[in-house]
Design a protein around this ligand. Sequence first.
Ligand code: PEP
Ligand code: MG
Length: 552
Amino acid sequence: MKASLPPNQAVKGIGIGTRKVAGPLHFYKSQAVPRPTASEGCDPHAQTLRLKSALEQAREQIGMLHRRALAEVGQTEAQIFEIHAMLLEDEELTLAMEDALHEGASAEQAVERAARETSEALLALGDPYLSARAADVKDVADRILLNLSGSHKDPAAPSPDTPYILVARDLTPSQTMSLEKDHILGFVTLEGTPNSHTSILARAMGIPALVGVGQLDEGYEGSLALLDAAQGTLILAPNEQTLAEFRQRVERENEIAREHDRYLRTLLNKPAVTRSGKRILIYANVGDEAEAKAAMVNGADGIGLLRSEFLYLSRDRYPTEEELVAAYDAILSKMQGKRTVIRTLDIGADKRIAYFDLPEEVNPALGFRAVRLCLAREALFKTQLRAILRASAKGTISVMLPMIVSVEEVRRCRDLLEECKEELSREQIPFDSKIEFGIMVETPAAALMSRELAEEVDFFSVGTNDLTQYTLAIDRQNPKVASLGERNAEPVLRLVELAANAIHARGGWIGVCGEMAADLRLTQRLLDMGVDELSVSPPYLLGVREKVTECK
Ligand code: PEP
Ligand code: MG
């Protein structure tokens, strides 16, 4: 710390999380992006080749970061790199770059110009969601510029090898994923909002953060700081008394947290039974093997939603049947025979994969996605169904169809499943011939047709994320309308009740696997509607289990 810097200074920001941490500050040094110098009159052909190679490099780097994000922070957060991959293929951006090259610009100028125009257009719309996309355009453009300069390095910049609080202006998704995170106690960003990537990452990692603090003198590098996310404060170079008081508060809070944790752990292997004696199954939503492991550590009764998309999103080509079987086997090996509901591919809408070569759509959320796509590409669908059936020989598997709107779709899917069973029998490959067959209720149509649909299947699982989107007409990607959904759960709950009554009348079961299942304010209401199972992401399992035992 510079001698002139005052001790015990408090800085305010927006706290992410509730924890407190003490540690030395470390200021993040981002890699300088070379800005293009004026050089009109370049050879378009040579520049096109340079740009092509930088773009190709960017594709590979983004694919790597996507895989890393999937492993470290989960599928939802990894989606940002899908957006980056999409930006590389974006027609408007590509055309703007080509135009600039034809006018004699260098590859660097073409990238900068196209990115600037696109960002300005997005920012001009004054929408927070689209403004965030402008930051993504900049992140991708910087990556291409660094590739063009031959100096891109995604591996982490050197950082202390003892625990520290990281300070940065703001971190781009690429920077956050490239950090070595083992020693990070907390994040402080000068800019940033509760929805910025640093905040998302901090939440996913359970690390406290303070964002939007404004200014911070780099002279504090290496000096002790106290971060209190609940209060939204950072105390720089605390004096002894402040430090002692802070440590006491940390100790008290840790003790309360440990106590609650000990109590939650006592619930681990106990069935979740309501006060009136109804057993509720507490299942997990998982995207891969690591999450399946976390589910079991947190006492899941099973997996209520295995999002099989991850097997496609984490590759740059279609997985083979063998690869799918191997991935399912790996997950089943963690499950100790407990039920695992595998959802067939839900690609389309916000989940895009370049190699699927899907057409651009005006309204992708209402478009060619999930089971619609699978029914149109039978070979792709049958590969999945065969792999799920083959895995069913080694564990308790249920198969579940997403985005159903009609009985006809369910019948067509079941016919294909039967066809796969016949093929496997002929090939003498074992499978569970009585594999449970269910659908997601995530469209109002499915809920309204639940009586007829219940005759076709063994179970329903309500996807409240999409069901809320389609019932209330609110885009689930648009933060501007998210609170409308939070304030209006009732229409969705009524559809849940309709579906519950229909499937119970046929002797089947119903679960909820959308985010609503983890909303403890709604647990009692969901149980009142007749829900038999709640499926949530692994960190929420014990909290939901505790809540259920408190319900009527
Ligand atoms: C849902 O829609 O609630 C759901 C669980 O599916 P996803 O979030 O994967 O669309
Ligand atoms: Mg859904």
